[in-house]
Design a protein around this ligand. Structure first.
Ligand code: MN
Length: 328
């Protein structure tokens, strides 16, 4: 779920900038989720100057740390196209229902991954309890030749673990070291949840063909000589075989990465596409209750659907990395 505010692009350049290691902070921003019961989230992707990290094109942190909101994460039925949604609860349980017939709950340490293909609708509600309902929501852009695959949903309750002394990783998608997630990936990509014990020093193996970024969820760590804390996405660039990590008091961190995404993307509301026309068609199909593309979700009534906002009065353009981003 999102409410992407699209501004006319300024000077554009190569989507993934120059290759090579980088060490740049991209501050997360607090964003209200339009019309969704007053929920605000901290959004780390997309950034104006960093629309993607690998094929990761969206990263929200809801209800954790300084984003703590007692109402947690309750999102009524809404559509997606052109992407995979990745839901990673940090505290509490989330009930997921969708238009391919899924109705499941997940707990922290378990992964929901939903491939929208050309169209899917879903809802995500916090299961009432004492927990905060904190979690992460990410999107992965599908490549153009897979953007129209049949929609499907996967739940993975037993993900592979990656261990080093003092470092405990869970691999959400892709591979870390010799641990490989069963989650379906359409581009070379990695996502992992990492916990560092206090007084840990470790060398995290990385694929040098990938670009990577870290989001600290809790605690603080030192990554290749830079102190990283919650509140910013720390972009590492590419070309790294390994990343020296250390933490004095311990840290909980998300690692994302992948082959730099070379295709142009148009992102608007909950849609990832390649053109204004594709977005407009999906918006019309949602607003016109096209059940061929966005079937009803069992247990929900059509009046629970979140209406699409009006399209902005401009031709939606691809998001690209702006020139002028400093390179090492
Ligand atoms: Mn969604």
């Amino acid at each position: 779920m999102s409410d992407l505010e699209l501004k006319p692009d300024e000077a554009l350049c190569e989507p993934s900038g120059k290759p090579g290691p980088r060490a740049e902070f991209f501050p997360s921003r607090e964003v209200p989720l339009g019309g969704v019961r007053g929920v605000t989230v901290f959004r780390s992707l997309p950034q104006r100057d960093l629309p993607t990290v690998g094929a990761w094109c969206f990263l929200d942190n809801f209800g954790s740390g300084s984003a703590a909101k007692p109402e947690g994460h309750d999102i009524d039925p809404h559509p997606h196209i052109g992407l995979q949604t990745v839901t990673w609860p940090l505290d509490g349980r989330i009930r997921h229902r969708d238009s391919v017939g899924s109705d499941v709950e997940i707990l922290p340490g378990q992964l929901n991954i939903m491939t929208s293909g050309r169209g899917i609708a879903h809802s995500e509600y916090r299961v009432p309890g004492r927990e905060s309902g904190a979690g992460l929501q990410l999107w992965i852009a599908l490549p153009g030749d897979k953007a129209a695959v049949a929609p499907h949903f996967e739940q993975h309750r037993d993900l592979p673990e990656f261990e080093l002394p003092g470092l405990h990783g869970i691999v959400l998608i892709g591979s870390l070291g010799d641990a490989t997630s069963p989650a379906m990936a359409y581009t070379p990509i990695v996502g992992a949840d990492l916990r560092l014990d206090a007084d840990t020093t470790a060398a995290l193996p990385l694929n040098p063909d990938f670009e990577h970024a870290l989001l600290v969820i809790e605690g603080a760590l030192d990554a290749d000589g830079t102190k990283v804390e919650p509140g910013s996405l720390f972009y590492l660039g590419s070309g790294r075989n390994q990343l020296p990590l250390s933490s004095i008091h311990g840290a909980h961190v998300l690692l994302i990465g992948g082959e730099p995404y070379r295709e142009e993307l148009v992102m608007w509301w909950n849609f990832v596409a390649r053109s204004h026309e594709e977005i407009e068609a999906a918006r019309n199909d949602w607003e016109n209750l096209d059940l061929g593309r966005f079937p009803d979700i069992a247990g929900h009534t059509p009046d629970q659907r979140i209406p699409a906002p009006p399209l902005p009065p401009l031709h939606l353009k691809p998001r690209k990395r702006r020139c002028g981003v400093p390179h090492d």
